[in-house]
Design a protein around this ligand. Structure first.
Ligand SMILES: [Zn+2]
Length: 334
């Protein structure tokens, strides 16, 4: 037993709050760029077809991407059936779990998941059925992209977040930076895809996927609209209140921005924030605070009509999509 550490932490939080009160949006953008800058993207992204399957209402391509030199990984590209010409497209970003298969209705072994009612609710499939081309990459550290060390020596590990985060930290970097660099490279590849309208690209993330989507969108004006589910909050109510994965934390961020400050960087681009009202790790109280702050940012830019929110009753840490799917499709189509 001991006393005092809570006081130390409270003092540091208070000092960080004072510091970030005088940080400009430009300085916040510079901080985000510094996370991504160490990871050079390939000048010409490579996307090659691995497998093609006709599904109910859409075509499912499995592709291999190389967007950082020498780093290859897979993604699914879902294309609406009967598509003629380039279409609006969405980058679909999963969070913790077993990778891109989890958001397109497949089990980890690639067999169709008859149930599929997990926290992701097959959101990539539901988006392609709205007429959007969907690109769902495997985020590094999950599923097929776990490291060999974790696969071989730690059969209980469900991700490589911890190992990758700690090794990158030893070099002064973050796993968030690497993940966002890869997502920006995926956007490069999307824009070169013949079935994608390069002027109508959005992003849809859930949970950790929303963190990386948020930063990718902040840094990349080519992403025209975003839906961030299961994430919007304050750091004090979420990352600093309940146990969250090590991959979510970035050195010194608290003195630069709170979560609402980061979300406000997206204004005036169209933004939809969704949360389950019963989410235990991103509580509704923190969501309301974030919504108030972000709403003010959109009002200041005379863009209130571009900001939508949905606090979904009876839902925990899961995608609902009851309004956000149609909103994204209409926003990217109009
Ligand atoms: Zn993680």
């Amino acid at each position: 037993m001991g006393e005092g550490v809570d006081g130390v932490l409270a003092g540091l939080r208070a000092r960080a709050a004072v510091a970030r009160g005088s940080v400009s949006a430009a300085e916040r953008m510079a901080y985000l760029r510094s996370l991504v800058a160490p990871f050079d993207r390939s000048s010409v992204p490579v996307m090659s077809l691995v497998d093609r399957v006709a599904c109910d209402g859409y075509r499912r391509d499995r592709v291999e991407l190389e967007v950082l030199p020498g780093v290859r990984f897979n993604a699914y590209v879902l294309v609406p059936a009967g598509l003629r010409g380039p279409a609006p497209a969405v980058l679909a970003v999963h969070g913790h779990g077993y990778g891109s298969r989890q958001i397109i209705g497949l089990r980890p072994d690639g067999v169709p998941d008859a149930d599929g009612n997990d926290l992701y609710g097959r959101f990539a499939v539901r988006l392609v059925r709205k007429g959007l081309v969907v690109v769902a990459p495997d985020v590094v550290g999950f599923g097929e992209r776990m490291t060999d060390v974790d696969r071989v020596y730690d059969p209980e590990a469900t991700s490589s977040c911890y190992r990758l985060s700690m090794e990158l930290l030893m070099s002064g970097y973050t796993l968030t930076g690497l993940r966002v660099a890869e997502l920006s490279g995926v956007v490069d590849a999307m824009l070169a895809h013949p079935e994608v309208d390069p002027d109508r690209v959005g992003v849809f993330g859930h949970s950790g996927g929303s963190l990386w989507s948020l930063i990718a969108m902040a840094l990349d004006e080519r992403i025209k609209a975003g839906v961030l589910c299961g994430f919007a909050n304050t750091f004090a109510d979420s990352f600093l209140a309940v146990r969250h994965c090590a991959c979510n934390f970035a050195p010194g961020l608290l003195a630069v921005a709170d979560q609402p400050d980061l979300l406000a960087l997206l204004a005036p681009r169209p933004l939809f924030l969704e949360l389950g009202a019963d989410d235990p790790i991103f509580p509704a109280s923190g969501f309301r605070q974030a919504v108030d702050a972000v709403s003010k940012a959109y009002t200041d830019l005379a863009a209130t009509d571009r900001f939508r929110t949905d606090l979904v009753p009876g839902v925990e840490h899961a995608v609902s999509g009851r309004f956000s799917f149609d909103w994204l499709a209409e926003t990217l189509t109009s």
